[in-house]
Write a protein that binds this ligand. Structure first.
Ligand SMILES: Nc1nc2c(ncn2[C@@H]2O[C@H](COP(=O)(O)OP(=O)(O)OP(=O)(O)O)[C@@H](O)[C@H]2O)c(=O)[nH]1
Length: 299
């Protein structure tokens, strides 16, 4: 091969799959160097497909962050998520299958069953910072490799940015030759409005621990540019008065903290000042129901 052939520009879509909590969102954020996907200690916080984009002088890597594959609790939402996993695997060039170091349970195996055999799959063993005896990683990798033919195996710590360059190199090796798919400076194809909701939703999860149910949702009611300032009004919708009190906290302190942290993340991501106002609203049930609203003359 000549020098030129080895440095050809490459591009393509890459899916990151794995059971909840293995660190997919953290990996995506750290590979891109920006916070575009929400992370939290609670499992199952990713509900949407997010494209994170990373461009350097030799390639454009377009990441698809898939929700954790659900094997328990097959409700409609989770069934939807599984479909997202399967469909996102169909239109990518490379698949990254993430495991937690030294952990390989039946949920991981369920995801493994979804892996395609007609394109490269990289095994990423994450959270190696938690393993003292690194020799164990080798045995672990050998064991997993018996279950699937991986193109490469890359141990990393997403959180500590360890071996992420090795992972980028491995991804480059398996991407096809191609032009830029998105702009050079793009990091996601999601709107700022969507990302603002994600940032806020993450803080709600983070600051309410296990107390608040997943039924909580975030709506951006207004997103306005005023010169360089983004003026954002957001509502956190809850089902019960008790949940509202929980979110607001003593003297409103919890809500203030949630809003401040979300605003700081937004300012970093949007690279500009944000004025953020957050309200907590109790969903009145019928007000949410599109059909009822329609019959009352609202659209
Ligand atoms: N020690 C350690 N913890 C990590 C690492 N990567 C991620 N984590 C932690 O693992 C937890 C889950 O990370 P996420 O990135 O939200 O996991 P996910 O796979 O996207 O989870 P879902 O959105 O539920 O599918 C968080 O508490 C992270 O901080 C790592 O390399 N080392």
């Amino acid at each position: 091969m000549t020098e030129q052939q080895t440095t050809e520009f490459r591009s393509g879509f890459i899916a990151i799959v794995g059971r909840p909590n293995v660190g997919k969102s953290t990996l995506l954020n750290h590979l891109i160097g920006q916070k575009v996907s929400i992370t939290s200690r609670k499992a199952q916080t990713t509900r949407h497909r997010i494209h994170g984009i990373f461009t350097d002088e030799r390639a454009q890597y377009v990441f698809v962050d898939t929700p954790g594959f659900q094997t328990k609790h097959l409700n409609a939402l989770n069934r939807g998520m599984n479909r997202v996993v399967t469909s996102s695997l169909r239109d990518v060039q490379v698949v990254v299958y993430v495991l937690e170091a030294l952990r390989y349970d039946e949920r991981d195996q369920e995801v493994l069953k979804l892996l395609p055999d007609n394109r490269p799959v990289l095994l990423v063993i994450n959270k190696i910072d938690e393993v003292e005896d690194k020799g164990k990683l080798f045995e672990f990798a050998e064991r997993i490799a018996k279950d699937f033919k991986f193109a490469e195996i890359v141990p990393v710590s997403a959180k500590q940015n360890t071996k992420l360059d090795e992972l980028r190199d491995a991804l480059y090796r398996h991407l096809p030759e191609g032009e830029l798919i998105y702009g050079e400076d793009d990091i996601t194809d999601r709107s700022e409005r969507f990302l603002a909701a994600e940032m806020l939703r993450e803080k709600v999860f983070r600051f309410t621990g296990e107390e608040l149910p997943y039924s909580t949702s975030v709506v951006i009611e207004q997103f306005k540019m005023e010169g360089k300032l983004r003026r954002i009004h957001a509502a956190i919708l809850v089902d019960k008065e008790a949940h509202k009190a929980m979110l607001i906290g003593k003297k409103g302190e919890k809500l203030k903290e949630i809003a401040t942290q979300a605003r700081l993340d937004m300012e970093k991501l949007f690279d500009g000042k944000v004025f953020l106002e957050v309200f907590v609203k109790v969903r009145s049930g019928w007000a949410d129901d599109a059909r009822v609203l329609k019959s009352l003359g609202y659209e």
